[in-house]
Every structure is written in structure tokens, then in C-alpha cells.
Write a protein that binds this ligand. Structure first.
Ligand SMILES: C[S@@+](CC[C@H](N)C(=O)[O-])C[C@H]1O[C@@H](n2cnc3c(N)ncnc32)[C@H](O)[C@@H]1O
Length: 429
């Protein structure tokens, strides 16, 4: 089931019409299916779409509680579990959706805890690598290696956007012998990066600055601008400013689409601007919601916490006479070792809810457990659409760059097990 970056075909995005047409197709599907993926699952008392999609409702309830996490962890498995029932419902409605798009966008293969698979080839001499990578965590080092392996081997100077300690820039400087400027706003990270660069005598310098300020003086034509996992607005700013400056090459891997300043997603390309979709921050988190198979103890705590929160929610709605979710602060794991009634007393105090002395906590615990089973199923169906939504967001960026005169390729730079945010946008003039 697991795919490696090598096995995953690159999307042929060289043709502008192709990307725009794909974006439009996905947009139509996402717009028609909003009822299935834009639900606030913790608010639901029943499957909110069960009347229109009875086969899907039956399919999702037939899945055992124990199987949900492993199905959710793998987009292809999720597709196999739910698409036949969705197809049956659409058939009954006399509606056609291009379900093949689900298969094409199932780029998220299984996430496992194993990082032994799909090691990108090292770019450094065997004797240098252990020292060079000593302070970089395993997966980050693998990501950086894989990212650099995808870069054109040239001597154009590089600007590393939102660099952190500049690990990516440092490997580019070392492996490609080229000048790198790393832009980062946290002084301490810049200083740490400067020390590493000096230790290895590399042509890498740091600029401690705010990426939101535009940094137009850093962006010019003869430049390769790179950004690995610059969150939300930060990588969008790079696309906007670099394309205005006519920067020759851009290679970015987007992440955290929901970290935006505006309340709603601000589409970039003409196609996305004409879409009927208005995405809020919660919607934009959907691509990031993929289960990582946790150990049983951790999984047990997570599911118990979910059930207890939902049980307390039912209780507070009754006590306050108000049918509204009341967010409760984060809990310490140790609190989950106590009883449900202690949890409710703590949550009630934290939220200023006055509880009577004769509450049937067992009944509310049972309600919480039932709502947890429901919530997980509402989420599972929404997750069917997470890869498509990510594809929509990626294609919005691709089309935006094409509209500004770039040739653009969209691919994956490493396997999903190294990071699920493995999409790579490569734009060049
Ligand atoms: C998710 S980290 C990615 C770091 C690095 N590229 C990597 O992959 O390890 C995002 C970085 O962006 C930096 N950052 C956040 N806001 C910024 C801003 N307004 N200007 C410049 N850097 C910023 C953060 O300090 C952080 O180091």
C-alpha cells in the first residue's frame, strides 16, 4: 500500500489549461459535496447527511470502532471503504460526481511510525553526514535531503524563506556550493543558524526580518526562492512578492493552510476566485486531519477524552438550557485517570457552570461515548475529501503562478510517511 516518492507519478502541470481544468473539476465536486465535509462533527446529534446518503450512513456504521483509525490513516483504504456506498447514493439520486478524482488525489498513502522506508539518497559525503545532520531530527533531515535532491543543480543564489535555523539552506549551500540567504524573524534561530554556517564555513547568511513586510529588496530575478513548510500566509506572501519581482525560480512545499490572517481563505488564481466555495479556517484544517497510528495507550486516552468532552457537553447543554457547544480547556493526561464525574466537576468549574448534586453522571458518560462514535464517523466521511481539498489548494497556487507567466510542476518530494505535507511546487520562468 505504501507509496514512495519514486513510485508516485508527477502531475503534468506544464499545460496551463490542464491545471485550470483540474482545479475547476475538483471545485465542482467539492462545491456539490459540501454537506459531507463541512460539518462541525462535535455538534452533531446524528449523521447530518444520512437522509440524502443512506448507503453511506449504513456503510460508516458497519465499520467497527477499532477499524476507524487504520482506515483513516490511509487515503486509499478510506476510498475503498466509503466510495462504493457514496456511488450507490449518487446513483439513487440520479446524480453524477467524477469519483475518479478521489483516486487521482489519493496521494496520501499510509502514515506509519517507520522512518526506515524510502530514504532519499544522501547528498553529502558519508564522513560529513553524521556531523552535519547531528542536531536535525530524523524526519526533518530526510525531508531536507529529499527537498534538496529535487532542486536544479545551478549556481543561482538562493533565498530561503522562513528558514528557522536554516537547515535546508545549509544543506543547499553545502551540497550545491551556492550562496544562500536565509530569512527568519526569530533572532535566536538566526543566531543558531549563523553559528552552524560558520562552523561549516558555508556561504550562508541570515536576515532577521518579517516575511509579511514583503522583503522586496531580497527578491529579484536571478534567484531561486525556496520555502519548506512556511505556514499558510507566509508561503502565499512569497508567491505574491516573488512573482511580482519576477524571481526566476520558486520551489515551495506548503503547509498549515489554515494559518491565515483573514477569516476566510483568499483565493489566488482566477479559477479559485470564481469558485462558490468560501473556506473558513476550520475547513482549511481538513487536509491536515489524517490519523497517525498511535500506540494503544495513547489512542485509548484520546478516545476517552473525546467521549468525556462530549458527555460534559451534553450535560452543560442541559444545565444551561442552551443548545451550544462550550469549549473546555486542555486537560492533563493524569485527569483522565480519574472518573468522569471528577472531569465534569473540573470542567464545570473552569467554565463557571453550576452543577446540581443529583446528576446522573453515568447517563451522561454513556451519551458521551455514543456521541464519540458518531463524531468519529462524521469526521471519517469528511476525511474522504481531505486529499481533494489539499489538491484544490495546491492547484490554486499552481494556477496563480501560471497566470504570472511561470511554468509549474506539482509533485511530491518525499513519501507520505516522512511527512504528509510532501507536495512540491516548482515554478520557473
Ligand atoms: C514551520 S517553521 C519552518 C522552518 C523551516 N523552513 C523548516 O522546514 O524547518 C516556520 C518558520 O517561519 C518563521 N516565521 C514565522 N513567521 C514569520 C515571519 N513573519 N517572518 C519570517 N519568518 C517567520 C518561524 O519562526 C519558523 O521558524
Amino acid at each position: 500500500m505504501k507509496k514512495t516518492a519514486e513510485q508516485t507519478p508527477n502531475f503534468d502541470m506544464n499545460n496551463m489549461l490542464n491545471a485550470a481544468a483540474q482545479l475547476r473539476q475538483i471545485d465542482d465536486l467539492l462545491t456539490s459535496s459540501q454537506a459531507l465535509w463541512r460539518c462541525r462533527s462535535f455538534e452533531c446529534q446524528q449523521l447530518p447527511w444520512s437522509q440524502a446518503f443512506p448507503h453511506l450512513a449504513e456503510a460508516v456504521w458497519q465499520l467497527s470502532d477499532d477499524s476507524l483509525e487504520s482506515i483513516d490513516a490511509c487515503q486509499q483504504r478510506l476510498n475503498r471503504a466509503l466510495l462504493p456506498a457514496l456511488a450507490a447514493d449518487l446513483n439513487a439520486q440520479g446524480v453524477q460526481w467524477p469519483l475518479a478524482l478521489f483516486e487521482q488525489s489519493a496521494i496520501g498513502a499510509e502514515i506509519t511510525d517507520s522512518i526506515t522506508e524510502s530514504h532519499p539518497q544522501s547528498l553529502l559525503k558519508a564522513e560529513d553526514e553524521p556531523h552535519f545532520s547531528a542536531h536535525i531530527k530524523g524526519r526533518k533531515w530526510q525531508q531536507i535531503n529529499a527537498f534538496v535532491a529535487k532542486l536544479p543543480y545551478e549556481n543561482t543564489p538562493v533565498l530561503e524563506w522562513c528558514a528557522g535555523k536554516g537547515h535546508l539552506g545549509r544543506l543547499i549551500a553545502k551540497a550545491h556550493h551556492r550562496e544562500v540567504v536565509s530569512l527568519e524573524w526569530q533572532q535566536s534561530l538566526c543566531e543558531a543558524g549563523e553559528q552552524f554556517a560558520a562552523k561549516w564555513q558555508l556561504p550562508q547568511t541570515f536576515i532577521c526580518a518579517d516575511a509579511f513586510a514583503g522583503q522586496s529588496e531580497q527578491l529579484h530575478t536571478e534567484l531561486l526562492a525556496v520555502a519548506l513548510h512556511a505556514c499558510g500566509d507566509l508561503h502565499v506572501k512569497l508567491l505574491q512578492h516573488a512573482s511580482e519581482a519576477g524571481t526566476k525560480q520558486l520551489v515551495i512545499s506548503p503547509c498549515c493552510y489554515h494559518l491565515i490572517q483573514a477569516k476566510q481563505y483568499q483565493p489566488l488564481s482566477r479559477v479559485a476566485k470564481s469558485s462558490a466555495l468560501t473556506l473558513n479556517r476550520a475547513d482549511l484544517q481538513l487536509p491536515l486531519q489524517q490519523s497517525v497510528i498511535a500506540n494503544d495507550k495513547h489512542k485509548g486516552y484520546r478516545l476517552q477524552e473525546m467521549a468525556w468532552r462530549l458527555g460534559f457537553d451534553a450535560l452543560q447543554r442541559k444545565v444551561r438550557g442552551c443548545n451550544e457547544y462550550l469549549p473546555v480547556p486542555a486537560v492533563k493526561q493524569s485527569q483522565l485517570n480519574g472518573g468522569f464525574s471528577d472531569f465534569c466537576l473540573w470542567a464545570a468549574e473552569a467554565k463557571g457552570v453550576i452543577l446540581a448534586t443529583d446528576i446522573d453522571f453515568q447517563a451522561y458518560q454513556a451519551i458521551g461515548e455514543q456521541r464519540q462514535r458518531l463524531t468519529r464517523r462524521v469526521d471519517l466521511v469528511a476525511h474522504l475529501f481531505r486529499a481533494l481539498l489539499e489538491q484544490w489548494l495546491l492547484l490554486d497556487r499552481v494556477c496563480f503562478l501560471q497566470e504570472r507567466g511561470y511554468k509549474v510542476e506539482l509533485s511530491e518530494f518525499c513519501s507520505n510517511s516522512i511527512t504528509p505535507r510532501n507536495a512540491l511546487i516548482h515554478a520557473f520562468k
